[in-house]
Unconditional design. Structure first.
Length: 445
């Protein structure tokens, strides 16, 4: 029995040796993998984890086999003590145990072979990756000096170009200043000594001593040297006039334009001179100052424009003027009411109301050019006071375009709503103050 126990212990020692061998191989694999470069290790972490799991599974199997062998040995000893049939049972258990050890050994050998193959493949991949990285590094080391050289060349070219640009700007500035000086002298010589304006067209008359005078101011003698003016004309002066920029004629404007563009600008200049839209006000002022005039003078009912905020989906804006007129104390022939001025977006406009003879005139005057007014559609309706146009028994409506501030002042009353006196009497008959209302809407195309 001692011999058999010894054989069992040897088997167990062999099992422990196998276990140690598997552990040693595992440690060796781990050490070899740790020696690889950090980048390759990260790429292979997934494969290494799989190998570790398989090895751990092998260890677990070995432990289970050892535990089974221990249980079997214990059972054999008990059985031998009971039955006395030690030899047969022991031989069978030894054979069974040896078969299990062979199977476990074969499994470990297969695992080790597979691990070795995988490690070799990973090493080959790592070697290939390393060689590629080394090759790219060498190429990069070759390219970097070339790129640095090209960069320095480009930087030098940029500095050179900047210097050239700065020199060019200085030259342009000098030439521009020189040209301005020449043109200023030419303009000074071309300026008519009578009206103090530079002519915008020929002929330009010249006296025998070379002094210029415009065609509007030409007389029998030269206004500069007093010699007799003849019919001499300067072609050179006309050529200069046609090729210089002319200043806008309006006082508050500082803009300069070529001769072929100056007229177009002056038609829409925001500083152009306009007449106050109030009928009995004769002031002519710059358009840019008109709102200030309306705010200071008794021409308007409101010092600042009323901003139209109420708007529908179509963009229409409506406002009721309310009390405009009482017929009791007005002359029968002509009368006007104070203006009402409004603001719609960036556009300002006024509502004119006037009675002349047997007609009433209502006009919307927009403080814009004629071309700008074409972008708007308006509706005006006169009706009973303190009621809507739908509720009023009698009402009169106008649809069309607003009137431009550039229209002739005497013609503005004809460019809106005109109502006969008989019609107005029907509107105001229900109101003891003889009042009426005017509603309007404005929409931009």
């Amino acid at each position: 029995m001692s011999v058999k126990r010894k054989e069992l212990e040897e088997c167990e020692e062999k099992g422990e040796d196998r276990k140690k061998l598997a552990g040693n191989l595992t440690n060796k694999l781990v050490e070899e993998k740790n020696e690889e470069e950090g980048k390759i290790v990260r790429l292979l972490e997934k494969e290494n984890k799989s190998l570790k799991l398989e090895i751990e599974a092998g260890k677990t199997n070995m432990k289970e086999l050892i535990e089974k062998n221990s249980q079997i040995s214990g059972q054999l000893e008990e059985q031998l003590e009971k039955n006395g049939n030690l030899t047969i049972v022991t031989e069978e258990n030894i054979k069974r145990h040896e078969a299990l050890i062979k199977t476990l050994k074969a499994q470990h050998e297969n695992i080790l072979k597979e691990s070795e193959h995988e490690v070799k493949a990973l090493k080959r991949q790592a070697g290939n990756s390393t060689s590629i990285m080394k090759k790219e590094k060498k190429e990069h080391e070759v390219k970097v000096p070339l790129l640095e050289k090209e960069t320095s060349i480009y930087e030098e070219e940029i500095r050179s170009l900047k210097l050239q640009i700065d020199e060019g700007k200085a030259d342009v500035k000098a030439v521009t200043a020189r040209h301005k000086q020449i043109f200023d002298k030419l303009k000074e010589k071309l300026e008519c000594p009578v009206c103090m304006e530079i002519p915008r067209g020929g002929p330009v008359y010249v006296c025998p001593n070379g002094h210029f005078v415009c065609k509007e101011c030409k007389s029998w003698s030269c206004p500069t040297c007093r010699v007799d003016m003849e019919d001499g004309k300067s072609l050179l002066a006309v050529m200069v006039i046609e090729n210089i920029e002319h200043r806008c004629k309006f006082v508050y404007c500082e803009e300069h334009f070529a001769l072929d563009k100056i007229d177009g600008h002056e038609k829409i200049c925001i500083h152009r001179t306009v007449s106050c839209p109030k009928d009995f006000c004769q002031e002519k002022i710059a358009l840019s100052k008109l709102l200030d005039h309306l705010g200071r003078q008794p021409c308007s009912t409101n010092a600042v424009p009323r901003v139209l905020k109420e708007s529908s989906k179509s963009g229409q804006v409506k406002c009721t003027l309310g009390y405009l007129h009482s017929l009791t104390n007005l002359p029968k022939s002509e009368s006007t009411w104070k203006l009402n001025h409004f603001q719609y977006g960036d556009t300002c406009f006024v509502i004119l109301a006037k009675k002349l003879d047997h007609f009433y005139y209502f006009t919307m005057v927009m403080l814009e050019s004629k071309e700008e007014c074409l972008k708007y559609n308006i509706e005006m309706e006169v009706h009973e006071f303190a009621s809507t146009s739908q509720e009023s028994e009698v009402s009169f409506r106008f649809s069309g375009k607003p009137c431009s501030i550039d229209e002739d002042k005497d013609d503005r009353k004809y460019l809106g709503l005109t109502v006969n006196r008989k019609g107005m009497e029907k509107i105001i008959r229900k109101n003891k103050d003889n009042s009426f209302s005017l509603s309007f809407s404005l929409v931009q195309k």
